[in-house]
Write a protein that binds this ligand. Structure first.
Ligand SMILES: [Zn+2]
Length: 131
């Protein structure tokens, strides 16, 4: 396997952990509900407590978020952000608390499986002639 340097923005978390969190959160932005297809861009991870304010990379501090929402929230306090953006900030806060408290292990197992299935080693070589 070659050591391909990923973009630094995606390099801070293991691939399977990132995917596990996306799976945990239903493969859609937790804030606006848009999935990969709808938002037309890759999902990101939002730090509930921003890194600049001491928030870590534990799954309990990470939430699936589209690029658009992540850019808009920036380092805004979560409570403030929910009040400003959500119709029901309390319900949203509950949803976030419930999801971020979930055990990530089963999602990591699923994520590793998905990654293994998609890895180049798992794909048989392409035949040179088509029948
Ligand atoms: Zn969003």
């Amino acid at each position: 396997m070659t050591t391909r340097k990923a973009a630094h923005t995606k390099n801070w978390i293991r691939k399977d952990k990132r995917l596990a969190i996306y799976l945990r959160d239903g493969m859609a932005c937790a804030y606006c509900g848009k999935g990969v297809e709808e938002s037309g861009m890759a999902l990101t991870l939002d730090h509930l407590l921003c890194r600049s304010k001491g928030g870590g990379n534990h799954e309990g501090n990470l939430l699936t978020c589209c690029h658009h929402c992540n850019c808009r929230r920036k380092t805004m306090d979560l409570g403030e952000w929910l009040e400003q953006e959500m119709n029901d900030a309390k319900a949203m806060a509950k949803w976030i608390a419930k999801h971020t408290a979930l055990d990530l292990r089963p999602f990591r197992i699923e994520a590793k499986k998905l990654i293994a299935e998609r890895s180049p080693q798992a794909i048989p070589p392409t035949p040179t002639a088509r029948s």
